[in-house]
Design a protein around this ligand. Structure first.
Ligand code: COA
Length: 255
């Protein structure tokens, strides 16, 4: 367990809150573990009708903790890290997922939204997926899912070049169900969660299953995980992580 994820159940709504606001909710191995455990046990718990993912403070999530990336890169065997357990569960989970997003969503903060069934965006939400700029590659099947959603060139701009997507742009392409004012976010998320929790659960889960190409998603995730593991241990990634920690611009001219 970690104090950086809070888990609360209210009726049929299980809410997981990334709660590390001083580090902009950057996700550590322990945080992925806590979230994966909760999502996993919710699958067999009839009392959980819908799972909500939130971020505490001004920002939804700054992505994977870069210090943890650095540790994983030097340790090898990254494939068993909790991040990949979490990612695989996003792809296979039967229960509907909702996210409420304010401020920045970076990396997996954005790619997890591709697996959500209902996403409420505060109008200050800014989604980025700067994988190549970190020496990495897309994960969570985003190489296919985001590309399918917005086309190759826009997806390349986001995942290779680091371009952001605003809340309104995201909602316009179907990466957001609704956009609200930041001070209306809690209410909008709660309303959506209550609505979904009141629907017939078997029909909701069967509908979700029919809509998702789980085989493609699982196969894409495994391919990405392999390349991601290799990239994580590259000199390019090491330079990007070191630059972030030293609060300087990375220098890729040597590669
Ligand atoms: N991993 C580790 N620490 C992180 C982090 C991350 N992904 N994101 C933010 N932090 C830490 C910062 O190092 C800083 O720590 P410090 O107070 O000890 O110096 C603290 O959180 C606040 O971040 P800061 O950069 O000062 O906030 P900001 O509002 O100026 O910028 C971001 C927010 C998200 C734009 C910026 O922190 C950022 O770019 N983070 C990295 C995002 C990223 O590349 N994630 C990986 C994606 S695969």
């Amino acid at each position: 367990m970690t104090e950086h994820v809070t888990i609360a159940q209210d009726g049929g709504v299980l809410t997981l809150t990334m709660n590390r606001p001083d580090k902009k909710n950057a996700l550590t191995n322990a945080m992925y573990g806590a979230m994966a455990d909760a999502i996993e046990s919710a699958q067999d718990d009839k009392a959980v009708r819908v799972i909500v993912i939130r971020g505490a403070g001004e920002m939804f999530c700054a992505g994977n903790d870069i210090g943890d990336f650095m540790v994983a890169a030097t340790k090898g065997n990254v494939h068993e890290a909790n991040v990949f357990r979490f990612i695989r569960l996003l792809g296979t989970g039967a229960k509907p997922l909702i996210a409420g997003v304010q401020g920045r969503a970076v990396g997996i903060g954005t790619t997890m939204l591709l697996h959500c069934d209902y996403v409420v965006l505060a109008d200050d939400a800014k989604l980025t997926a700067p994988f190549a700029t970190l020496g990495l590659v897309p994960e969570a099947a985003s190489s296919r899912l985001l590309t399918a959603l917005i086309g190759h060139q826009r997806a390349f701009a986001m995942m290779a070049m680091g371009d952001p997507m605003s809340a309104h742009e995201a909602a316009a392409v179907g990466l957001g169900s609704e956009v609200c004012q930041p001070d209306e976010l809690d209410e909008a998320v709660n309303a959506a969660a209550k609505h979904i929790a009141g629907l017939p659960p078997g029909a909701v889960q069967a509908t979700k299953a029919l809509m998702r190409d789980r085989e493609m998603i699982a196969a894409t995730m495994e391919t990405e995980i392999k390349v991601f593991g290799e990239r994580l241990q590259s000199a390019e990634a090491r330079e990007a992580f070191t630059a972030f920690m030293e609060k300087r611009a990375p220098d890729f001219s040597q590669f």
